[in-house]
Design a binder for this molecule. Sequence first.
Ligand code: FE2
Length: 368
Amino acid sequence: MTSRRSPGLETLEFDHLELWVGNAKQAAHYYCTAFGFEPLAYAGPETGVRGRASYVVRQNDLTLVLTSALGADGPVAEHVLRHGDGVRDVALRTTDAREAYGAAVAGGARGLLEPTVSEDADGTVVVAQIGTYGDTVHTIVERSAYRGRWLPGFQPWSAVMPTAQRVGLQRIDHCVGNVGWGEMERWCDYYAKALGFSQLVSFDDKDISTEYTALRSKVMQSASGKVKMPINEPAEGLKRSQIEEYLDFYGGAGIQHVAIATDDIAATVRALRANGVELLETPGTYYDTLGERVGAIEEDVAVLRELSILVDKDDLGYMLQIFTKPLQDRPTLFFEIIQRRGSLSFGKGNFKALFVSIEQEQAKRGNL
Ligand code: FE2
């Protein structure tokens, strides 16, 4: 933690995610029709931007920017060649981008863009940018003096994009990065020193392990409490862990999953399934022992079983969660849908519970 107080860093919250993808036009359509986002803004050759096209889509407090290169050269094309589709930028909003950037760089952040002012008839925005793990960046956005739809340089985009079902995604709950072997501590330290984050919880490989694979994880949180960035690293196991698989296919460290909050997870999951989103299935045996593991809950367990929704609890309450399958062909980025009922859990209890139920299924087949 930086000893000097930084108002810019103390007010950080999630602003948006920018994904660099192979075909932003089609990706925008997918996130709208499958996940319930609505078209908001566009920038590209028609608006004076050379070499790339960006589509902005929004749902409640959740905004995605989908960007593609229009040629073979440049950072977007190189990023997509190396990583496939993925999260390039976890953009963070602040009340003072100049001060936040200065404090971050003084704390050891890798500066990529000095605070830069852009403006149009709707007002003024200040953006700066720092690097984090892999090729991932944090743009720092100060937009309190801006009334426009998105950012200067973008034009309104209002394509007709009929969503099959209302989905009810609300906001980012947390955003998880995978880093390489033995690199977790270094990156937690980076968030602490550069951005004034502190450690919320930590899981060692005994907490998050199966007989075969293991990982370690620490949850870093901004001073405001609004930005939670867990960081995972692989741990020794008998087989290749999901973290190693990610690192191999993404070509290094990057964003593994984005957890998105909903106020009604059953309705959200029904809508996502109706829209064709692929979600991970949960073995029926998981629900047989759910009651003894988490105690009384408001939801009907039969509904959770039908929809494959998972439950975890801590001292403060419980939470419900489910994971999508990867959002692109590489087994890299996926979404988590989460509804918190008091709990601050990140789902630790589900790792072992799921494994045990998978083992029981294996045993039924005589394969254990
Ligand atoms: Fe998560």
